[in-house]
Design a binder for this molecule. Structure first.
Ligand code: LLP
Length: 404
């Protein structure tokens, strides 16, 4: 993805040409970038070849999941719907893990019937519910237990999950209790210890702390796990300031861990696979000038892309066509929704913009379309996938008639 002669281009497609056929706002992915990210991820950890379960919540577009499956990945799911779509994409059930604090009985029954790799449990009550279902089916179910390692992921507080005040996982004490209980059960096969401390983590040190906690705990309870599921969370360079996650270091500390514990590592990456593979193209509807700044009112809004409104996340905005006429005017890029938080970004330097110009919101592949809603009765967006010079519509724009 780069400018060629001042026009933003994905693979072999110049976006001004693409927009002759498609309306905005629109999500636009690069197929090549997805493959590249998966290869890089695999290569980073190739010495211990982990099971890589793509976190479906970060992007649950069926065609994207099919491409991810083609690259040999499994899936991390958190609902019956995600499990269904992962299976529909052709992902092998033996490469699917099911996480979440509130799996309902019917979701658990479905997962058990589908013989997935692991159900990662997050409470005593959930384990008892699984045992109860397994007994009724006279089946032994493979489970994992998610530990809350009380580790600060040093990321946004809204997307931290590994501290004891967070609802996720169980404490060490409960883990010891439930692992003893599961060991004795005829219907449970405790195979995995899982953790996930948060998302958009850029520093490897929280992972190091997490691995230390696991190391001590495993020694203390003297239990062998077939799998250790380290979750996802590896961050990406949204600000383009080269603050990149140190995969080399993470690989090293896991390798060290593996010299002490013989187990298979599972990862559940979402953002690191799909985050920087897509952009959101939007058109300027109006420019409203005010004394302090200009409001650039675009046709995309917080319902289409929630991260800035929900977490104060910053996503770069760039022009689709560069005109090289820079201005120091303050611009507020906002959507049409009746909420003050319906704002994407404030810039202090940008090229001079005009109504009907196109802009690009960067790095929206993860938690973009999957977090979108119909707020203000706005239809969900179309999504296109570019591969070389080919453009595939991988989701049609929702029709208003289907919502109303
Ligand atoms: N595994 C579990 C158990 C998770 O809860 C998550 C994300 C992942 C894996 C994938 O994490 P990733 O590799 O994508 O960081 N909507 C927020 C992020 C919420 C993350 C929720 N859990 C955002 O837009 O930043």
């Amino acid at each position: 993805m780069r400018y060629i002669n001042n026009i933003f281009t994905i693979e072999k497609c110049k976006l001004n040409k693409v927009l002759k056929k498609f309306e905005t706002p629109i999500f636009c992915y690069s197929g090549r970038k997805i493959n590249e990210n998966i290869n890089n991820f695999k290569n980073s950890f190739k010495s211990f070849s982990p099971i890589i379960c793509f976190s479906t919540k970060s992007n649950s577009n069926l065609e994207i999941l099919k491409q991810i499956k083609k690259n040999g990945l499994g899936a991390d799911v958190v609902s019956k719907g995600e499990l269904m779509i992962a299976l529909k994409a052709g992902i092998n059930p033996k490469k699917i893990v099911f996480s979440g604090v509130g799996k309902t009985r019917s979701e658990l029954i479905y997962a058990i019937e589908k013989n997935i790799l692991l159900i990662n449990c997050e409470s005593k009550s959930e384990i008892l519910e699984i045992e109860n279902i397994a007994r009724s089916k006279n089946k032994k179910v493979d489970i994992g237990i998610r530990l809350n390692p009380n580790t600060d992921a040093k990321t946004l507080k809204q997307i931290s999950t590994g501290k004891k005040e967070n609802k996720f996982g169980v404490s060490e004490k409960t883990l010891v209790e439930v692992s003893e209980y599961s060991r004795k059960s005829k219907y449970l096969n405790l195979k995995c210890l899982s953790v996930h401390i948060g998302s958009q983590i850029l520093d490897y040190k929280p992972y190091q702390k997490m691995l230390n906690v696991l190391d001590k705990l495993i020694k203390k309870i003297d239990l062998n796990f077939d799998y250790i599921d380290l979750g996802g969370g590896m961050g990406i360079d949204y600000n383009k300031d080269n603050k990149k996650f140190n995969y080399k270091k993470y690989n090293q500390i896991i390798k060290k861990f593996l010299t002490k514990h013989k187990t298979k590592i599972i990862f559940e990456p979402g953002r690191s696979i799909i985050g920087d593979t897509a952009i959101l193209i939007s058109k300027i509807i109006y420019i409203k000038e005010s004394s302090k700044k200009d409001f650039i009112i675009v046709d995309a809004a917080m319902n289409d892309f929630m991260r800035p409104a929900l977490y104060g996340a910053k996503h770069k905005i760039i022009p689709l066509i560069k005109n090289n006429k820079m201005t120091n005017k303050k611009y507020d890029f906002v959507g049409p929704i009746c909420e003050t938080t319906d704002k994407f970004l404030t810039t202090n330097k940008f090229q001079k913009l005009n109504e009907k110009d196109y802009i690009i919101i960067c790095d929206v592949g993860a938690y973009g379309s999957s977090l979108s809603s119909n707020y203000n009765i706005r239809p969900k967006l179309a999504e296109i996938l570019i591969k070389g010079s080919k453009i595939n519509v991988i989701k049609k724009r929702q029709k208003l008639e289907d919502i109303i």
